[in-house]
Write a protein that binds this ligand. Sequence first.
Ligand code: CTP
Length: 244
Amino acid sequence: YANGTAAAAAVELASPPAARQPFVIGVSGGTASGKTTVCDMIIQQLHDHRVVLVNQDSFYRGLTAEESAHAQDYNFDHPDAFDTEQLLECMGQLKRAQPVNVPIYDFKKHRRCSETFRKVNASDVIILEGILVFHDQRVRNLMDMKIFVDTDADIRLARRIRRDTVERGRDISSVLDQYGRFVKPAFDDFVLPSKKYADVIIPRGGDNHVAVDLIVQHICTKLGQHDLCKIYPNVHVVQSTFQI
Ligand code: CTP
């Protein structure tokens, strides 16, 4: 450093830091709360970094033909509806900076597209989004930051009716029936109790630009510390200030 000593508090000449790991963000919240919008806003603002989005929906178990015939009686909002072991495997690989093939889920057929996958490459930031990503402790433990998108239930229901009828091939009566039988009870039993694990709770979801700006600032600070380790591999960042 130009002025030698003090300007630079706290970079410590030390053993090399551990290999760089991606920064993992979990984004949870009730159905149609605006999780995807919040993720898109974060991704847009982090344009200088490599960011990938992984959806918990991709890990829905496919229904058998028999279950499919009675899909209206199937609880898609229970934690057992997801193949969490496979989700953990994929996330583990991404954390080790290895590319993975993520399944593609078809909401109309209630099963995975059998031969197509989405290839997800190693990245600086991994965002894992879904209604129950805070439910399993092993999944939570992968996360460096947990965000809960908190949107009023009436707004969520209105959005869900619109989305499921327009994009997921449902009729209004089946959407309302599913909401009352499964979606709302599972929200009360599993999603809402997992809110306590969040580091940040965003009211009003994607409408809350201030919250998203603050979150992005925090992520950039964390990534900046990572980048410093990359540029000076034998320098260990002790605090957010420097020292020779
Ligand atoms: N679901 C369904 N049929 C399936 C599989 C899932 O209706 N075959 C529903 C479940 O009932 C669950 C919802 O899909 O409540 C989960 O998706 P959701 O979180 O609503 O979708 P996102 O687009 O991630 O939500 P957001 O609007 O918050 O981005």
